[in-house]
Write a protein that binds this ligand. Structure first.
Ligand code: UT7
Length: 319
């Protein structure tokens, strides 16, 4: 039976760092408020002209090097983003061009902060179904460009970055299962409603959020999705080595972990260093935990995304 396995990870953050203290001179906020409500200490901001596909390129190169592969070995690129370089072509195709790959398929997935889990589940299906052998799965965002920098309720929460994995065919299961969900009835609690039409940007192109509603829903669905993934594999919370939830807010991660009974030392948390990077957040956290030696062969890793749509889901992997 065909399976897929993560062969290498990579990530990239833009050079410019914006600290909570820096934000104090932009909006009416404090470092103390941001840290106590979110756990975020700083975020990275892409330079002018630094696009999603550019950030993705750096993360992809690191993941390819970690896997010991060359761009030409890749026959599928699935790139998760809500901040693409342009309306079209997809950022995946622009990344493909930057990597010099001229074969296989490349497309974007748009599931906001669940994007990486959606992209990983998609690539796993392509590999298990025999359509692809080695996929580059990327989450990359420049959320700084869709923020209202006068709205303290949202602009302090997000940042830019990219993370990537190489997923390859394998005789033994790396990806054990994936479960994806969405409910469009919650579209209004987290959205960027603007769009392009008639040669203009129509509507408001900045992010709008009902933070309290998002918080409650996120904790509920993350708990449900974790139980669903473990039940489907006949595993329990005690079997988990690492819990990597979407890095939006340390309180969402700790509330969920507490409800599940996952001890804090098994939660990978990187949101303090890069804030909420939407689709990039899970592969950013994953790459840190792989490179610092926490995630080791044989470990059971649960990745969970949640975000606008509303979308959520899990990927459970054996390292
Ligand atoms: O990928 C998913 C993306 N979204 C999220 O992860 C967001 C989920 N939600 C959250 O993380 C939290 O709801 C927030 C961090 C956004 C807000 O935390 P909260 O504890 O729910 O605060 P709140 O919205 O109830 O606001 C409390 C107070 C309000 O003032 P008043 O009305 O009590 O006077 C806000 O105006 O905090 C105020 N406030 C701020 N104060 C200082 C809101 N933003 C700020 C700020 N600095 N940046």
């Amino acid at each position: 039976m065909r399976h897929s396995r993560i062969l290498g990870t990579g990530s990239h953050l833009p050079d410019k760092v914006l600290t909570n203290r820096d934000l104090e001179s932009i909006v009416d906020t404090t470092d103390e408020w941001i840290v106590s409500r979110t756990g975020i200490r700083e975020r990275h901001i892409a330079a002018d002209g630094e696009t999603t596909s550019e950030l993705a390129l750096h993360a992809a190169r690191h993941a390819l090097a970690a896997a010991g592969l060359k761009p030409g070995d890749i026959d599928l690129i699935v790139l998760a983003t809500s901040t693409p370089d342009m309306v079209f072509p997809s950022s995946a195709c622009l990344l493909q061009k930057k990597l010099g790959i001229r074969h296989g398929a490349a497309f974007d997935v748009q599931a906001v902060c669940s994007g990486f889990v959606y992209a990983l589940a998609t690539a796993d299906q392509f590999i298990r179904g025999g359509m692809s052998r080695r996929a580059l799965v990327v989450g990359a965002e420049v959320f700084s460009r869709i923020l209202d920098w006068k709205d303290r309720g949202t602009c302090v929460l997000f940042g830019d970055g990219a993370g990537a994995v190489v997923l390859g065919e394998s005789g033994t299961p790396g990806i054990l299962s994936s479960h994806l969900h969405s409910d469009g009835a919650y579209a209004d609690i987290l959205s960027t409603p603007g769009h392009v039409g008639g040669g203009k940007v129509l509507g408001d192109p900045t992010l709008k959020m009902d933070g309290g509603a998002v918080f409650k829903l996120a904790v509920r669905v993350l708990e449900e999705a974790a139980r669903e993934a473990l039940d489907a594999n006949g595993l329990t919370v005690a079997d988990l080595d690492w819990f990597i939830a979407h890095q939006a807010n340390v309180r969402i991660i700790s509330h969920t972990a507490k409800k599940l009974g996952v001890p804090p030392e098994k939660c990978v948390v990187t949101v303090d260093r890069h804030a909420n990077t939407s689709a990039a957040s899970i592969p950013l956290a994953l790459d840190v935990a792989v490179r610092d030696g926490r995630i080791r062969p044989g470990h059971l890793v649960l990745m969970e995304g949640v975000g606008g749509g509303f979308t959520w889901g899990s990927v459970l992997a054996r390292w």
